[in-house]
Design a protein around this ligand. Structure first.
Ligand code: CA
Length: 358
């Protein structure tokens, strides 16, 4: 499952002819803590690919051991463990730590925010990386994009949502800023560990939930018990996160630093491609095996109310945190320009040139 391996000979050649000296033989052993369990594709694939690239580029001298959440027992403690130096690095998502700093939320995704290509353009060319550094560096942490899920689906619902009244009293698992938006609309929002989601939905403890998209949803089996699959609004470009302890990074030889940064970036882009592929394959399979699945888009009045609640919550968070305000303003300004381009390129291409249905 690692097509990027084909890139390795190229990378190795690049390193050999570059300024890096291949006689640097320092042996380095690092540990990485993931928020995820050991088999959660494609998140874990990205981390394993990153570690294997680093190991091969360093001639086997820089080895990163990966601990999944079943090993370290603290899925949402990754931030603290990396900060404390207990782990040199971690893989997680910044919005899990919005309780520490609300400015971490928009570094993952925002409801009605940018799509993945737009957001990558913002990270690397629109000032995003600098703002990420401003958020994490005071904590002694270096932060890098860790792979994108692309546009997430709005979730699985047992009943159809025809208007705002259908949201009143609905019990749903939906985390983060989007959960706060749904709360404003009368939804009873809960967060339930992934392992208990299917049973909760089946027993009616919750009426709806969102997870990611077909590629990751299919293994959870939600489509067997909740036929309405709503399109996304809340996580248009969820970017995962590599966290690195700054002191540990500074102690690395310079060539190892360069290898690590390159491997993190490549593995992140590749996870986006892998997840896109997984969803394409899974959606075809689901739609064929379960023709009762109904894809729906939330009604206009619901979308309008979501947007209004989102705007209010953003205004509150801007008051609360000057850095959140700075990041949001950067994203809002960037989105204006980049969306105009998206509209006359991908959007018009897809809407004008769609093949007629057969
Ligand atoms: Ca999600």
């Amino acid at each position: 499952m690692i097509p990027m391996k084909r890139l390795l000979p190229f990378l190795l050649a690049l390193l050999a002819v570059g300024t890096f000296s291949l006689d640097a033989q320092e042996r380095v052993r690092w540990k990485l803590a993931m928020t995820w369990g050991p088999t959660l594709s494609p998140f874990v694939d990205a981390v394993e690919e990153m570690a294997s690239m680093v190991e091969e580029m360093s001639g086997g001298n820089f080895v990163i051991r990966i601990d999944a959440s079943n090993k370290h027992k603290s899925p949402f403690g990754v931030y603290d463990m990396v900060k404390a130096g207990q782990y040199e690095m971690g893989h997680s998502a910044s919005y899990y730590y919005k309780g520490k700093n609300i400015a971490f939320q928009p570094l993952t995704t925002m409801p009605f925010g940018m799509t993945a290509p737009e957001q990558y353009a913002w990270f690397y060319y629109g000032g995003g990386m600098e703002l990420m550094e401003e958020a994490f560096r005071p904590e002694g942490l270096l932060a890098y994009p860790g792979g994108n899920t692309g546009n997430q689906m709005g979730g699985w619902f047992r009943t159809e949502i025809n208007g705002l009244e259908d949201l009143e009293g609905l019990k749903m698992r939906i985390p983060g800023f989007a959960g706060d938006v749904f709360s404003e609309l009368g939804v009873t929002v809960t967060n339930i560990p992934p392992g208990e989601l299917y049973t909760s939905l089946e027993r009616g403890t919750i009426d709806a939930l969102e997870w990611v998209g077909p590629g990751m949803d299919i293994k959870m089996g939600f489509h067997k018990i909740a036929p309405y699959y709503y399109t996304g609004w809340h996580e248009p470009a969820t970017e995962l996160l590599y966290l690195v302890n700054e002191d540990e990074f500074n102690d690395l030889p310079e060539n190892y630093q360069a290898m690590l940064v390159a491997a993190m970036k490549l593995s992140s882009y590749n996870m986006y491609a892998e997840n896109y592929h997984m969803s394409a394959v899974a959606w075809r399979e689901m739609a064929e095996e379960f023709p009762n699945i109904e894809v729906r888009t939330f009604p206009e009045e619901v979308i309008a109310a979501m947007k209004e609640a989102n705007e209010e919550l953003i205004a509150e968070a801007k008051q609360e945190s000057p850095l959140f305000a700075k990041i949001l303003e950067s994203q809002e300004e960037y989105m204006e320009g980049v969306r105009a381009w998206t509209k006359i390129s991908d959007y018009d291409y897809l809407t004008d040139n769609l093949e007629p249905e057969d």
